[in-house]
Design a binder for this molecule. Structure first.
Ligand code: FPP
Length: 239
């Protein structure tokens, strides 16, 4: 499989990092940075159609983020609830289909309900597919998928001899999404931090110094342009 070097990414995944540092450098609390980050989410979702990006997947809260202070975690959860309540109508009108990936069980009941409602509300949309990773970890996702797969084997619904990588892919939270073409991380850190581990096997990576609240649609446009100049071989030799 090869993709033309000239084609842009269909699926961009973003590790939105640097909100805390952005706020602290302004003498503000970390949550101020998260609120500024939420505004960028809005801007980047709207920019996707201009660049042929059909799928945008964003890392909003990781399985490790529970280790932050109780007040930061509570502030983030409140921000997610408010984001869903405030944006739902515009997301629906603008053709955005929203999905959530991650383990919902640990999230509070109200947030879970809002997530279910937004998924249902936007389920007929197809212009941009926005996937928000909430309480998400790549290893946790593979472990949960494996548990479901093992249950199906035990119940006689799945023949273990037929299991291959496509089988496991079908059990992942991302089963309805194509693999990401491009994974971006902001704020100068060059780590993938347990994000889309299985799905990013052939993704291109872009690590940029910009902090997430400074990630404008122009920065996004530059990254997408840069990607279009790369050559992707998926292990093959281009002729
Ligand atoms: C990482 O920055 C960012 C997060 C853990 C939260 C991401 C959340 C948002 C961008 C808020 C809006 C999202 C939605 C979906 C409404 P950091 O706090 O680790 O920054 P630091 O590395 O500078 O401390």
């Amino acid at each position: 499989m090869t993709k033309s070097p000239r084609s842009g990414p269909e699926h961009v995944a973003i590790i939105m990092d640097g909100n805390g540092r952005w706020a602290q450098s302004r003498g503000k609390p970390r949550l101020f940075g998260h609120h500024a980050g939420a505004k960028r989410v809005r801007e980047i979702v709207r920019a996707c159609p201009d660049h042929g990006v059909k799928y945008l997947t964003i890392f909003a809260f990781s399985t490790e983020n529970w280790k932050r202070t109780q007040s930061e975690v509570a502030g983030l959860m409140s921000l997610f609830r408010r984001y869903i309540q405030r944006e739902a109508r515009d997301l629906l009108a603008e053709g955005v289909r929203v999905r959530f990936i991650g383990d919902r069980v640990r999230l509070d009941a109200k947030l879970q309900r809002l997530m279910d409602e937004l998924e249902l509300l936007t389920s007929k949309n197809d212009k941009v597919h926005l996937t928000i990773a909430l309480n998400y970890g790549g290893r946790d996702e593979v472990a949960r998928a494996t548990k479901r797969l093992a249950r199906d084997v035990k119940a006689g619904r799945l023949d273990p001899e037929t299991v291959n990588d496509e089988t496991l892919t079908r059990y992942l939270d991302t089963c309805l999404l194509p693999d990401p073409d491009l994974v971006v991380r902001t704020s100068g850190e060059a780590r993938i931090s347990n994000f889309l581990l299985w799905q990013s096997a052939y993704a291109e990576y872009e690590f940029i110094d910009t902090l997430w609240p400074d990630f404008t649609r122009d920065v996004f446009a530059g990254i997408v342009r840069d990607y279009a100049g790369r050559e992707r071989r998926f292990g093959a030799v281009l002729t």
